[in-house]
Design a protein around this ligand. Structure first.
Ligand SMILES: Nc1ncnc2c1ncn2[C@@H]1O[C@H](COP(=O)(O)OP(=O)(O)OP(=O)(O)O)[C@@H](O)[C@H]1O
Length: 228
């Protein structure tokens, strides 16, 4: 599903963010990416979605060689990947329903399908009753659930979340984790960068630890492994 071979990423300013990364993530896995601040977690995620290109090495996502992908084919790759951001990135002038529907409109889904599917995913994240609300009328946790609904509405094979609970209190984070775990139980691969020891040690999944741009640990049903 995701395969990195000898991947290095050095930014234009000379910072080496990742070094000789070799990893395989299979379909249906739930993987936490952990490590200290500046370790390279976000860079790992940005490489998978082709927000940045590796300086060296090869990356396959869903059997596509991401390095060789032409710029105009990048949206096609992203169709298979739903991304959830720490700061939600919702459109403030659109309702909850419209924010989620927008992701289907851009890929020109039929209107009838959009209507049923948007309500289906809002139901899954427990927000059907907020469909007509604007993002600013919602709590942080609710906004994050909208962003998860938007990430999954097109049935991506992979959901990638960069610190999805970073701005949320523990109770709300729990709710978000239940939704992500449920998506994973339905067969979607989930990759999540996190600083939350509680989450990693409670919702047991594969743990990949990155330090100074290098993978230092890769364990199934692993522990967070850092003091906080
Ligand atoms: N666009 C960029 N240009 C230059 N250097 C960058 C850029 N983005 C990240 N870096 C550097 O690359 C290294 C890895 O950063 P990255 O954001 O991947 O870390 P992280 O593990 O996600 O950190 P955090 O937990 O704080 O979010 C850091 O030294 C960072 O300063």
């Amino acid at each position: 599903m995701i395969k990195m071979k000898d991947v290095c990423k050095t930014y234009d300013n000379g910072v080496s963010a990742l070094n000789e990364i070799n990893i395989e993530i299979d379909r249906g896995e739930f993987v936490y990416i952990v490590g200290p601040s500046g370790a390279g977690k976000s860079t790992f995620i940005r490489l998978v979605v082709r927000e940045v290109k590796p300086t060296k090495g090869t990356i396959y996502v869903n059997d596509v060689n991401v390095n060789e992908l032409k710029e105009k084919k990048v949206p096609l790759l992203r169709r298979d990947i739903g991304v959830v951001y720490q700061d939600f990135k919702l459109l403030s002038k659109l309702t909850v329903y419209e924010n989620v529907a927008f992701a289907m409109e851009v890929i020109e889904s039929p209107p009838a399908l959009i209507r049923t599917r948007v309500m289906e995913v809002l139901d899954l994240v427990g927000l059907k009753h907020k469909a007509r609300s604007l993002p600013q009328e919602l709590s942080g946790g609710e906004q994050q659930r909208v962003s998860i609904a938007r990430a999954i509405v097109n049935n991506p094979k992979i959901v990638i979340a960069d610190e999805p609970t970073g701005n949320l209190d523990p109770d709300t984070s729990w709710g978000i984790m239940k939704v992500l775990q449920e998506i994973n139980d339905r067969g979607t691969t989930v990759i999540m960068a996190t600083h939350s020891k509680e989450i990693v040690n409670t919702f047991k999944n594969r743990v990949i630890a990155i330090e100074n741009g290098v993978i230092v640990r890769d364990e199934h049903r692993g522990e967070y492994g850092y003091e906080v």
